[in-house]
Design a protein around this ligand. Structure first.
Ligand SMILES: Cc1cc2nc3c(=O)[nH]c(=O)nc-3n(C[C@H](O)[C@H](O)[C@H](O)COP(=O)(O)OP(=O)(O)OC[C@H]3O[C@@H](n4cnc5c(N)ncnc54)[C@H](O)[C@@H]3O)c2cc1C
Length: 428
């Protein structure tokens, strides 16, 4: 049985538990060894098993213990970076491929949910709102661009008057409603993926932290109590990679983000906050994001920190932000507040690639990981089985190294992030 529990969150309180997986004891062999049991690792396991590879997945704690079991649950369309930015960086043709992969990623999540019958409260709609007057024209122009250049017609601009019908918050100036976006209960989704991987024959081990590996024709992956010898290895540790791979550490920065769950608010009160039961987020640099739970709590996320430890007052930190959006929630009790760690890149695009011919990685989703990490598993399986074209589209986006090289949480970057957070506060 396993040592670690899932973080004390509304998700953990409302998801049906899954039987624990054994700890790795002794030495074994597999075609592919996957390190990390979040969306990236679990989706890889599913897609590799479907292609007939034997899979050993090693998770340091419990499956979905990391960001995958703690996040906001928003499945937005496209990539984390916007298309204008991508066109400039990789050209129009490649930007188009990335956009298409972003759409495929949302379809993939809904496809996995249907195929494996995962009860994870999957719902439709994503409303992104302008926190500053100066953001309104950008949102409008971007919606037009997606329609004109990408033939994307699911997103529509929402004027302030209409927005006021859609939410009781008076903080926002306009919005974009994307009917192509989805939202879900992330821990239920992740545990559903784990069950599917297990049923397809993947060998999953919990409480099995990988302490190191040796590259070669066969990669040897070691834990304290055993090892896996494999033809291929996938590093799927994202914000929890730590020192496992020094060449990769400089490409991603771990940051912490926080979520709270109010008490159940009742249908009427909940629908005043979000009329259409969609996911909502705003345009601040340190983004606020929120949605309703099945039992009509508000799940509100926001606030960041960059050190290893979480602050002791997560609830206060997030509640303050929530009350700026919905002052009427002042009397609402907060039942849960928790944090998680994700990885960002300098480019805000994920970092996909190979360390050598047979060691693959995908991480750095920069807060856009439900869809893209799920897709990553499929692209990794394609690449391992010899069709790397689509994996290479993702891998072709340049990922600059953080100044400071492989030092994690570089102090200069922390300063820069704090500067942007301050601009949010003073309204620039
Ligand atoms: C608070 C919060 C809110 C977020 N909101 C959203 C959102 O609304 N929408 C969205 O798309 N994305 C969101 N994200 C990001 C999203 O959750 C992540 O991008 C995604 O879960 C990454 O999945 P993963 O499998 O790559 O990593 P993780 O789920 O973090 O999994 C990595 C796993 O690797 C394991 N591991 C690490 N080192 C080792 C080792 N040495 N040996 C064995 N195992 C190891 C860890 O224990 C962990 O379980 C949010 C993240 C956070 C933290």
């Amino acid at each position: 049985m396993t040592a670690a529990a899932h973080v004390n969150s509304w998700y953990a309180a409302s998801a049906a538990p899954i039987d624990g997986f054994p700890r790795l004891e002794g030495d074994l062999q597999a075609d592919v060894c996957i390190v990390g049991g979040g969306f990236t690792g679990l989706s890889s396991a599913i897609h590799l098993r479907e292609r007939g590879y034997s899979v050993a997945l090693l998770e340091a704690r419990r499956v979905a213990w990391g960001a995958s079991g703690r996040n906001g649950g928003h499945c937005s369309t496209g990539q984390r970076a916007d298309q204008e930015d991508l066109e400039q960086r990789v050209g129009r043709e490649q930007a188009r491929r990335l956009w298409d992969l972003g759409l495929e990623a949302v379809r993939m999540v809904t496809g996995l949910v249907e195929r494996f019958n995962i009860d994870c409260e999957l719902k439709t709609g994503d409303l992104h709102v302008a926190a500053k007057r100066s953001h309104v024209d950008d949102l409008r122009a971007y919606t037009d661009k997606l329609r004109d250049d990408y033939d994307y017609r699911e997103a529509r601009f929402v004027e302030r008057e209409e927005l006021e019908q859609m939410t009781s918050s008076r903080r926002y100036h306009a919005g974009v409603f994307d009917a192509g976006g989805r939202h879900l209960h992330p821990l239920k989704y992740a545990l559903g993926l784990a069950r599917a991987a297990r049923d397809l024959g993947a060998d999953i081990y919990e409480d099995s932290r990988v302490t190191g590996y040796t590259e070669g024709e066969q990669v040897i992956v070691r834990t304290d109590r055993g090892s896996v010898k494999a033809r291929f290895m996938i590093l799927a540790c994202n914000g929890y990679l730590e020192h496992l791979s020094r060449p990769l550490a400089g490409k991603i920065m771990p940051i912490n983000n926080y979520v709270l769950a109010t008490e159940p608010l009742g249908e009427e009160r909940a629908r005043r906050l979000i009329r259409d039961d969609c996911a909502m987020s705003d345009s601040l640099f340190v983004i606020n994001y929120w949605k309703l739970s099945q039992d009509r709590r508000l799940l509100f996320g926001g606030g960041e920190s960059y050190s290893r430890r979480f602050p002791s007052n997560i609830q206060d930190l997030v509640r303050r932000r929530m009350l700026q959006v919905y002052p009427e929630l002042e009397p609402a009790r907060i039942d849960y507040a928790w944090g998680g760690t994700l990885a960002i890149t300098m480019s805000r695009m994920p970092h996909f690639g190979r360390l050598s011919g047979n060691v693959f990685y995908a991480h750095g989703y920069s807060g856009h990981g439900i869809t893209i990490a799920s897709l990553a598993g499929k692209l990794l399986a394609e690449a391992i089985s010899g069709t790397a074209e689509r994996f290479d589209v993702m891998a072709s986006v340049p990922t600059p190294t953080f100044p400071g090289g492989t030092l994690l949480r570089w102090p200069g970057l922390v300063l820069a992030m704090s500067w942007h957070a301050m601009l949010d506060r003073i309204g620039h």
